[in-house]
Design a protein around this ligand. Structure first.
Ligand code: FAD
Length: 303
């Protein structure tokens, strides 16, 4: 219930203004967001890669409303990739892109053009791009842009959300590709998505099995210990070595687990968001975990 309210608020402009104006919000946001500038992101990337982790960097922003903002997002990614190039991290630092931030809702060919620019800059930097997945109305468009990108940039990855009924089929279609499997973070109707945690978890395992049995590169995007244990079992069953799949977790969430898995030889990629448009991302993180809301409220009371 609280989660649904927070997800509704994540797309409400009045709630956005109210929450963003609260003075202590920044401190709480810092737990989940690496900073506002590309420099902040690069600092976080250095720290995480020095600790044996890999990263995927997200320039925060979504659902932009004009073509100028779309062009600015693409430019921000290209500048970020230019700043990463001298670090020589190659695929240890890639980027994640929300197509809504490069104009998907305004003009799909324009979003494809911007995404191509970002993929080209990533290739020059020796790395890859993964497309985030947003609400269910965008999935067909995102997969169609992915197909177009993969003609020139075959290593482009995509996130698939286990809670959508369609996702097992999508995993089958993509089982030779780089696929980040996640549970799904948006408020979706019962006509398209599983609603209970148990159903979502079971759907996740079905999708995971398809990806681990396939020939692609599964990116297991979860903090859930049970799903991580099942991944290990499936890796054994399908004869996958540790370098043929990876774990992905969000910046600031279960850092102990991130380090423990990396210490045991797994590839662990941390999703590092940065930028000033943190509201939607932050609200989805609150919605995932009531304890985060309590933490937020305590900070408002100055504790
Ligand atoms: P849960 O059952 O939600 O959590 C398992 C445990 O992880 C919890 O018990 C808790 O200990 C910890 N945990 C989980 N979330 C939080 C939190 N917010 N704060 C503190 N602790 C927490 N969703 C999309 O819809 N599209 C995407 O493109 C997308 N990309 C993602 C990329 C990455 C790398 C990751 C890790 C997630 C992404 N997500 C995306 C979000 C995802 O859909 C889930 O909402 C999120 O990962 C929580 O699910 P979980 O699998 O960790 O399981």
């Amino acid at each position: 219930m609280l989660g649904s309210l927070l997800l509704a608020a994540s797309r409400n402009p009045l709630a956005r203004r109210a929450v963003s104006a609260l003075p202590p919000t920044r401190r709480v946001v810092d737990r989940f967001v690496a900073g506002e500038s590309a420099g902040d992101a690069v600092t976080a990337v250095r720290r995480l890669t020095d600790a044996g982790l890999t990263v995927t960097i997200d320039h925060l922003g979504e659902e932009i409303r004009d073509t100028e903002a779309a062009a600015l997002t693409a430019k921000a990614y290209v500048s970020l990739l230019d700043a990463l190039a001298p670090l020589g991290l190659g695929r240890r630092a890639e980027v994640s892109v929300k197509l809504s931030a490069v104009g998907q809702a305004l003009d799909e060919p324009l979003a494809l053009e911007h995404a191509r620019r970002i993929c080209a800059a990533a290739r020059d930097c020796g790395t890859t791009v993964t497309l985030d997945m947003e609400d269910h109305t965008t999935v067909d468009s995102t997969l169609s842009i992915l197909r177009a990108l993969r003609e020139d940039f075959p290593d482009t990855g995509v996130a698939i959300q286990a809670y959508l009924f369609r996702s097992e089929e999508d995993c089958r279609d993509l089982s030779g590709s780089r696929v980040r499997l996640v549970k799904g973070a948006y408020r979706e109707p019962a006509s398209v998505a599983h609603q209970s945690k148990a159903e979502v978890d079971r759907a996740y395992v079905r999708c995971l099995r398809i990806l681990m049995a396939g020939t692609g590169y599964p990116m297991v995007g979860t903090h859930d210990d049970r799903l991580i244990a099942i991944t290990e079992t499936l890796a054994d069953r399908y004869g996958r070595s540790q370098d043929s799949y990876e774990y992905q977790m969000l910046y600031g969430i279960r850092t102990d687990k991130q380090e423990a898995l990396a210490g045991a030889g797994a590839t662990v990629r941390v999703y590092v968001p940065y930028g000033d448009d943190w509201y939607g991302y932050f609200m989805r993180r609150l919605a995932e975990r009531p304890a985060n809301v309590a933490f937020f409220l305590r900070s408002l009371r100055g504790k």
